[in-house]
Design a protein. Sequence first.
Length: 171
Amino acid sequence: MGTSESVQEHRAAAPESLAVGVVTVSDTRTVQNDTGGALIVEFLEGAGHRVVSREIVTDDRERIVNLVLGLAADPEIDVIISTGGTGIARRDVTHQAVTSIMDRQIDGFGELFRMLSFDEIGSAAMLSRAVAGVVGSTAVFALPGSRNAIKLAMERLVLPEIAHVVFEIRK
Protein backbone atom coordinates (compact mmCIF):
# COMPACT_ATOMS: atom_id res chain seq x y z
CA MET A 1 0.00 0.00 0.00
CA GLY A 2 1.40 3.39 -0.98
CA THR A 3 1.96 6.36 1.27
CA SER A 4 0.93 9.85 0.22
CA GLU A 5 3.58 12.45 -0.50
CA SER A 6 2.47 14.66 2.41
CA VAL A 7 2.65 11.74 4.86
CA GLN A 8 6.16 10.99 3.62
CA GLU A 9 7.13 14.65 4.11
CA HIS A 10 5.67 14.71 7.63
CA ARG A 11 7.48 11.51 8.59
CA ALA A 12 10.74 12.94 7.27
CA ALA A 13 10.27 16.11 9.34
CA ALA A 14 9.21 14.23 12.48
CA PRO A 15 11.59 13.82 15.43
CA GLU A 16 13.74 10.69 15.29
CA SER A 17 13.92 10.05 19.02
CA LEU A 18 11.07 10.68 21.42
CA ALA A 19 10.85 10.75 25.21
CA VAL A 20 8.22 8.28 26.38
CA GLY A 21 6.49 7.51 29.65
CA VAL A 22 5.38 3.88 30.04
CA VAL A 23 2.51 3.08 32.40
CA THR A 24 1.32 -0.37 33.45
CA VAL A 25 -2.21 -0.48 34.83
CA SER A 26 -2.57 -3.49 37.11
CA ASP A 27 -3.53 -4.52 40.61
CA THR A 28 -1.02 -7.38 40.58
CA ARG A 29 2.06 -6.36 38.57
CA THR A 30 5.34 -5.15 40.01
CA VAL A 31 8.46 -3.96 38.18
CA GLN A 32 9.84 -7.49 38.58
CA ASN A 33 6.91 -9.26 36.87
CA ASP A 34 5.64 -6.54 34.52
CA THR A 35 6.32 -8.30 31.23
CA GLY A 36 3.94 -6.08 29.24
CA GLY A 37 5.60 -2.84 30.29
CA ALA A 38 9.01 -4.42 29.70
CA LEU A 39 7.97 -5.39 26.17
CA ILE A 40 6.90 -1.82 25.40
CA VAL A 41 10.24 -0.54 26.71
CA GLU A 42 12.07 -3.09 24.55
CA PHE A 43 10.20 -1.99 21.42
CA LEU A 44 10.73 1.71 22.14
CA GLU A 45 14.43 1.45 22.90
CA GLY A 46 14.93 -0.82 19.89
CA ALA A 47 13.44 1.93 17.72
CA GLY A 48 15.74 4.59 19.21
CA HIS A 49 13.27 6.22 21.60
CA ARG A 50 14.01 7.04 25.25
CA VAL A 51 11.90 5.75 28.13
CA VAL A 52 12.10 8.57 30.68
CA SER A 53 9.44 7.28 33.07
CA ARG A 54 8.11 3.83 33.91
CA GLU A 55 5.19 3.62 36.32
CA ILE A 56 2.80 1.01 37.67
CA VAL A 57 -0.63 2.14 38.82
CA THR A 58 -3.59 0.18 40.16
CA ASP A 59 -6.85 -0.22 38.25
CA ASP A 60 -8.27 2.94 39.79
CA ARG A 61 -9.73 5.61 37.52
CA GLU A 62 -8.66 8.60 39.63
CA ARG A 63 -5.10 7.31 40.04
CA ILE A 64 -4.79 6.64 36.31
CA VAL A 65 -6.11 10.13 35.48
CA ASN A 66 -3.74 11.80 37.95
CA LEU A 67 -0.72 9.83 36.71
CA VAL A 68 -1.42 10.49 33.02
CA LEU A 69 -2.08 14.19 33.68
CA GLY A 70 1.17 14.42 35.64
CA LEU A 71 3.18 12.77 32.90
CA ALA A 72 1.49 14.86 30.19
CA ALA A 73 2.38 18.03 32.12
CA ASP A 74 6.08 17.10 32.03
CA PRO A 75 7.57 19.09 29.13
CA GLU A 76 10.19 16.37 28.58
CA ILE A 77 7.61 13.68 27.75
CA ASP A 78 6.36 13.47 24.15
CA VAL A 79 4.32 10.28 24.41
CA ILE A 80 2.66 8.14 27.08
CA ILE A 81 2.00 4.46 26.38
CA SER A 82 -0.03 2.46 28.86
CA THR A 83 -0.78 -1.23 29.00
CA GLY A 84 -3.68 -2.91 30.75
CA GLY A 85 -7.23 -2.10 31.73
CA THR A 86 -8.67 -1.75 28.21
CA GLY A 87 -11.04 -4.71 28.27
CA ILE A 88 -14.64 -4.85 29.42
CA ALA A 89 -14.23 -6.36 32.90
CA ARG A 90 -15.47 -4.27 35.83
CA ARG A 91 -11.88 -3.42 36.87
CA ASP A 92 -10.89 -2.32 33.34
CA VAL A 93 -11.11 1.46 33.71
CA THR A 94 -8.16 2.69 31.65
CA HIS A 95 -10.35 3.58 28.67
CA GLN A 96 -12.72 5.71 30.76
CA ALA A 97 -9.82 7.32 32.62
CA VAL A 98 -7.79 8.39 29.60
CA THR A 99 -10.68 9.36 27.34
CA SER A 100 -12.07 11.59 30.08
CA ILE A 101 -8.94 13.77 29.86
CA MET A 102 -8.19 13.58 26.13
CA ASP A 103 -8.46 16.83 24.21
CA ARG A 104 -8.69 14.87 20.96
CA GLN A 105 -9.02 11.17 20.22
CA ILE A 106 -7.24 9.40 17.40
CA ASP A 107 -10.24 7.29 16.43
CA GLY A 108 -8.39 5.43 13.70
CA PHE A 109 -6.02 3.86 16.22
CA GLY A 110 -8.70 1.83 18.00
CA GLU A 111 -10.44 1.00 14.75
CA LEU A 112 -7.24 -0.26 13.12
CA PHE A 113 -6.13 -2.11 16.25
CA ARG A 114 -9.41 -4.03 16.40
CA MET A 115 -9.27 -4.75 12.66
CA LEU A 116 -5.73 -6.13 12.94
CA SER A 117 -6.69 -8.04 16.09
CA PHE A 118 -9.65 -9.58 14.29
CA ASP A 119 -7.24 -11.04 11.74
CA GLU A 120 -5.35 -12.72 14.60
CA ILE A 121 -7.99 -13.64 17.20
CA GLY A 122 -11.33 -13.37 15.44
CA SER A 123 -14.46 -11.87 16.92
CA ALA A 124 -12.96 -11.55 20.43
CA ALA A 125 -11.25 -8.42 19.04
CA MET A 126 -14.48 -6.52 19.68
CA LEU A 127 -13.82 -6.72 23.44
CA SER A 128 -10.80 -4.41 23.20
CA ARG A 129 -11.16 -0.75 24.07
CA ALA A 130 -7.62 0.21 23.07
CA VAL A 131 -7.56 3.94 22.43
CA ALA A 132 -5.21 6.77 21.49
CA GLY A 133 -5.45 10.52 21.66
CA VAL A 134 -3.91 13.76 22.83
CA VAL A 135 -3.71 15.12 26.37
CA GLY A 136 -2.43 18.69 26.24
CA SER A 137 0.48 18.39 23.82
CA THR A 138 1.26 14.74 24.60
CA ALA A 139 0.25 11.69 22.58
CA VAL A 140 -1.34 8.94 24.67
CA PHE A 141 -1.75 5.31 23.61
CA ALA A 142 -3.68 2.90 25.86
CA LEU A 143 -2.88 -0.68 24.87
CA PRO A 144 -4.25 -3.97 26.19
CA GLY A 145 -2.25 -5.96 28.72
CA SER A 146 -1.73 -9.02 26.52
CA ARG A 147 1.84 -9.36 25.23
CA ASN A 148 0.48 -10.45 21.83
CA ALA A 149 -1.72 -7.35 21.67
CA ILE A 150 1.19 -5.13 22.72
CA LYS A 151 3.39 -6.66 20.02
CA LEU A 152 0.69 -6.14 17.39
CA ALA A 153 0.03 -2.53 18.40
CA MET A 154 3.68 -1.56 18.70
CA GLU A 155 4.84 -3.19 15.47
CA ARG A 156 1.91 -2.35 13.22
CA LEU A 157 0.58 0.96 14.55
CA VAL A 158 2.51 2.77 17.27
CA LEU A 159 6.11 2.58 16.08
CA PRO A 160 5.36 3.26 12.40
CA GLU A 161 3.43 6.45 13.27
CA ILE A 162 4.57 7.64 16.71
CA ALA A 163 6.92 10.36 15.44
CA HIS A 164 4.38 11.46 12.82
CA VAL A 165 1.73 11.76 15.56
CA VAL A 166 4.04 13.95 17.64
CA PHE A 167 4.87 16.04 14.56
CA GLU A 168 1.16 16.66 13.96
CA ILE A 169 0.49 17.55 17.60
CA ARG A 170 3.30 20.13 17.54
CA LYS A 171 2.01 21.90 14.39
